[in-house]
Design a binder for this molecule. Structure first.
Ligand code: NAD
Length: 263
C-alpha cells in the first residue's frame, strides 16, 4: 500500500525509538510519505538523526518550541526544501517533573505557564506556520491523554494543558477547515516513554489500565502510528476537530469489571 505516496510532512517530538512520534513516523514512511523531523537539543539530535536516516529522511532540524526563532527557522527550511507540506505531527509535551506528583492545587504560576506554552500553545503556533505551507489543504495532529477530562492522579497541570490542547484542536479545525486543513488529536493510553516516565507512579497507572481496559492491555506506538496514518491520509478526509482514542477502550469504562477486581 502507498497511502502517503506524494505526501510530505513534518514530525515533531521524536526523542528516541520509544517515542510515540517515532511510531507515527514509521507508519507514515511505510506508506511512502516523505518526512522531515525536528529535535530538541543536540543530545536528542544525536538519537533522532540515525532514526530519520533509517526512514530515508535527510531533513532533521533543531527546534525548541520555547524559542520561536527556531520554530520560524524550521518552517523556512521546509519552504525552501519542499515549497509546501501536507501534514504535521505535534507530539510535544513538557511539565516540571516536581509538579507531576502530589496535588494539582499546588501548581506554581511559572510551571503552569511553561507547561501551557510547550504542551498546548506550541500546537497553535505550529499550526499557523504549517497552514501557510498548505495551499492545497492538509492534516495536522497532536497527542493528548484522557487526563484532560477525568482526574488522573499525578497528571495535574498536564491534564489542564491537555484540556486546553483539545479545545484548541476544535478551534483550529474551525479556523482552518475552509482551507481544507483538518486538525485532530489522538488520545493515547499510557505508553512507556521518556515523557511518560516523568509522571509519578507511572508504572502503577500503566498496569492499572492494562488490567481494566476492555482490551485488557495497553497500546503500542505502532498502534498509535496506525491511527495517525488514518488521520493524516486521505482515508479520513471527512474528519476534523476530533479527539480519537487509542487506549484499548479505557476511556469508556466507569468502573473496572468485578472479575478484574477479584483477580
Ligand atoms: P517522548 O518523551 O518520547 O516525547 C516527548 C517529546 O516532546 C520529546 O521529543 C521532547 O524533545 C519534546 N519536547 C518537550 N519539550 C519541548 C520543547 N520545548 N520543544 C520541542 N520539543 C519538546 O514522550 P511521548 O510519550 O512520545 O510524548 C509525545 C506526546 O504524547 C506528548 O504530548 C505526550 O503528552 C503525549 N502522550 C503520551 C502518552 C504516554 O503515555 N506516553 C499518552 C498520551 C499522550
Amino acid at each position: 500500500m502507498s497511502l502517503m505516496k506524494g505526501k510530505r510532512g513534518l514530525v515533531m517530538g521524536v526523542a528516541n525509538d520509544h517515542s510515540i512520534a517515532w511510531g507515527i513516523a514509521k507508519s507514515l514512511a511505510d506508506q511512502g510519505a516523505e518526512l522531515a523531523f525536528t529535535y530538541q537539543g543536540e543530545a536528542l539530535g544525536r538519537r533522532v538523526k540515525p532514526l530519520a536516516e533509517s526512514v530515508g529522511s535527510d531533513t532533521v532540524l533543531a527546534c525548541d518550541v520555547e524559542d520561536i526563532a527556531t520554530v520560524d527557522a524550521t518552517f523556512e527550511a521546509l519552504q525552501q526544501k519542499w515549497g509546501s507540506i501536507d501534514f504535521l505531527v505535534h507530539a510535544i509535551g513538557f511539565s516540571d517533573k516536581s509538579e507531576l506528583k502530589g496535588r494539582y492545587a499546588d501548581t506554581t504560576r511559572a510551571n503552569f505557564a511553561r507547561t501551557m506554552v510547550i504542551s498546548c500553545f506550541s500546537f497553535t503556533e505550529l499550526a499557523k506556520r504549517a497552514a501557510a505551507l498548505m495551499p492545497h489543504g492538509g492534516s495536522l495532529i497532536t497527542l493528548t491523554y484522557g487526563g484532560s477530562t477525568r482526574v488522573m492522579p499525578n497528571y495535574n497541570v498536564m491534564g489542564v494543558a491537555k484540556a486546553a490542547l483539545e479545545a484548541s484542536v476544535r478551534y483550529l479545525a474551525a479556523d482552518y477547515g475552509p482551507q481544507g486543513i483538518r486538525v485532530n488529536a489522538i488520545s493515547a493510553g499510557p505508553i512507556r516513554t521518556l515523557a511518560g516516565a516523568g509522571i509519578a507512579d507511572a508504572r502503577l497507572m500503566f498496569n492499572y489500565q492494562k488490567r481494566h481496559a476492555p482490551l485488557r492491555r495497553t497500546v503500542s506506538i505502532d498502534e498509535v502510528g496506525g491511527s495517525a496514518l488514518y488521520l493524516l491520509s486521505d482515508l479520513s478526509t471527512g474528519v476534523t476537530g476530533e479527539v480519537h482514542f487509542v487506549d484499548s477502550g479505557y476511556n469508556i469504562i466507569s468502573m473496572p469489571h468485578p472479575d478484574a477486581l477479584k483477580a
